[in-house]
Design a protein around this ligand. Structure first.
Ligand code: HEM
Length: 209
């Protein structure tokens, strides 16, 4: 399915349909569900043996207790991993990663950060990511891969001892896993806030709703 540019949408709202291809939208929402399940069950697992001097409030955790949380974590793990693998394979195979996320230049990131901070960032063409978006989206894909690998290394530290060793051992892999979760949660907060804040009228013009 081809993407329309924002200018196409302005020129002919009747034909303006989608920014993202269907497969991206479907995989995105499956990922969102899996991520929320992983985060909430992860917080319950964390509470059984906290790495830091705090616990997560029971009401925002999933599973009820350590055993229940592990069951949720390992069930959602399949959804997340299979969905993620399909996304990464299609991202490379269709050339979407190259087209949408590359190149990322330090100069571009600095210029767009300055523009964003001074309210001058152009939102004219929503089909093109600015450099800050490119960096964040590429970064969160890398974090997603890292959290799966660190998760596997603390799940099967004997069978996958080479992987656990790559992280510097079980204890460090646990910290890596937790820090990746924190990065994903921070990304989610900004991502959702921006999705809510982008003017509905502009979105309606682009996606025809
Ligand atoms: C294939 C993917 C994953 C696997 C195999 C996996 C596996 C595990 C395992 C085995 C634990 C228990 C660690 C322990 O005994 O202390 C754990 C904890 C945890 N997981 Fe995952 N996980 C995966 C993905 C994720 C994702 C996507 C998130 C959140 C975005 C997440 C968040 C957490 C958190 C917050 C904890 C508690 C941290 C701790 O106290 O060690 N995990 N995970």
């Amino acid at each position: 399915m081809s993407s329309l540019t924002a200018s196409d949408a302005y020129a002919s709202p009747a034909t303006a349909k989608v920014i993202q291809p269907a497969w991206v939208r479907i995989l995105h929402w499956i990922n969102a569900v899996a991520m929320v399940l992983m985060i909430m069950s992860g917080w319950q697992i964390y509470n059984a043996s906290p790495l830091f001097d705090f616990k997560f409030t029971h009401s925002i955790t999933l599973g009820g207790w350590l055993g229940g949380a592990l069951l949720w974590h390992f069930a959602a793990m399949w959804l997340l991993t299979v969905n993620g693998l399909i996304y990464v394979v299609l991202g490379f195979a269709t050339g979407r990663f190259r087209k949408k996320l590359l190149p990322i230049t330090p100069g571009g990131v600095i210029a767009d950060t300055k523009a964003a901070l001074t309210g001058k960032l152009s939102h004219h063409d929503l089909t093109r990511y600015n450099y800050v978006q490119k960096l964040l989206y590429a970064g969160i894909i890398v974090v997603g891969i890292l959290i799966v690998l660190s998760g596997l290394s603390i799940w099967k530290p004997v069978q996958l001892q080479w992987l656990t060793a790559l992280f510097g051992g079980y204890d460090i892999a646990r910290y890596v896993h937790f820090i990746c979760m924190a990065a994903i949660v921070a990304f989610l907060v900004v991502h959702v806030a921006l999705a809510v804040l982008v003017p509905k009228s502009l979105r309606a013009m682009i996606i025809g709703r």
